[in-house]
Design a protein around this ligand. Structure first.
Ligand code: FES
Length: 132
């Protein structure tokens, strides 16, 4: 524990205070080659940490999305199906994996097998037409 405590309380602050960071904007133009070389490691460290953080946040955000591929170029996927166009029934996808969106093509079966989920389509039907 002493090593971490000493690192946080002494080593890192001493290292940061020794960096040739100018007090004014114009001071950046007066830095020498040695100064710029001294600034490289912390710049690379901050850039690397920022990049890894960005990638981690991006991946976790994508992992929370239900729609992996359907019309990702638009803000919201909305479909209209006129009830008059449904002859007997319409089987609509709820798993967002159908290649025939918004209709179910059975892709939920593979998704359920992989994830252990139980997702299935919603079936919209005409009761009157179906019973006739
Ligand atoms: S393919 Fe998505 S619910 Fe069937």
């Amino acid at each position: 524990m002493y090593i971490i405590s000493n690192l946080v309380k002494n080593t890192i602050p001493n290292y940061l205070s020794s960096l040739p960071i100018p007090d004014t904007f114009g001071g950046w133009f007066q830095l020498g080659v040695r100064d710029w070389i001294a600034l490289l490691p912390p710049t690379i460290a901050v850039g690397g940490i920022s990049y890894v953080s960005y990638q981690t946040i991006k991946k976790s955000r994508e992992a929370g999305q239900i729609n992996p591929s359907i019309r990702k170029d638009i803000n919201k996927v909305v479909d209209f199906i006129d009830i008059e166009d449904i002859t007997e029934k319409a089987v609509l996808c709820r798993c967002w994996r159908s290649k025939n969106w918004p209709y179910c093509d059975g892709a939920h079966g593979l998704l359920n097998k992989i994830t252990g989920d139980n997702t299935g389509p919603v079936v919209v039907r005409h009761k009157e037409k179906e019973t006739k």
